[in-house]
Design a protein around this ligand. Structure first.
Ligand SMILES: [Zn+2]
Length: 182
């Protein structure tokens, strides 16, 4: 949940999620003055706009609305939906999306393989392959169960790693690789 700023009278400046930034909606500045005041104190007296002098050093981007309302930031409508919450959790669970994996990405780009293979690796690690799960997430009307094994949903991890067919491929590959080194 986020605060959408209207008059700003109900929202504390510090410790409440009211910035537009999707990663960190909390302000990072934490001076005493800010801590005990509401967002309305950052506005000019008629509540119709921000006090630019106060804000200039604090914020980059600010939204302004009529009333203080709570909204769900993961849907453009602002309404909570299970689907968008699921999508958000899935994205959080995918460690490859995090920027601090820069060194791992560097290793991947150093792999001596044709560009189209590296592109495939990159797409699979960033959730950018049209698996049934992802198609469904993009509102394409399909069943998400794996058409190969019918045991799990066809996610990227499933079709490339945990599906029995994928496991078989990996076994054949590893076996071939090991015997080529003998
Ligand atoms: Zn499968």
């Amino acid at each position: 949940m986020r605060w959408r700023v209207g008059s700003g009278e109900k929202i504390s400046i510090v410790g409440q999620p009211w910035l537009m930034d999707s990663h960190n909606p909390f302000i990072t500045s934490n001076s005493k003055v800010l801590r005990k005041n509401k967002v309305c104190s950052l506005m000019v007296s008629d509540h119709r706009g921000w006090d630019e002098d106060i804000l200039r050093d604090l914020f980059n981007e600010i939204d302004h609305m009529e009333h203080d309302t709570v909204y769900w930031s993961k849907e453009s409508s602002g309404n909570y939906s299970v689907r968008s919450a699921y999508r958000m959790l899935r994205a959080q669970m995918n460690p490859w999306r995090q920027e601090d994996n820069a060194s791992l990405w560097r290793k991947i780009w150093k792999i001596k393989a044709p560009p189209k293979i590296l592109n495939f690796v990159w797409r699979s690690l960033t959730d950018c392959l049209p698996t049934l799960v992802i198609l469904q997430r993009k509102n394409v009307y399909v069943e998400s169960v794996c058409p190969v094994c019918s045991r799990e949903e066809e996610s990227i991890a499933h079709i490339l790693v945990t599906c029995p067919l994928a496991k078989l491929c990996w076994q054949v590959f590893v076996h071939g690789y090991l015997s080529s080194r003998d």
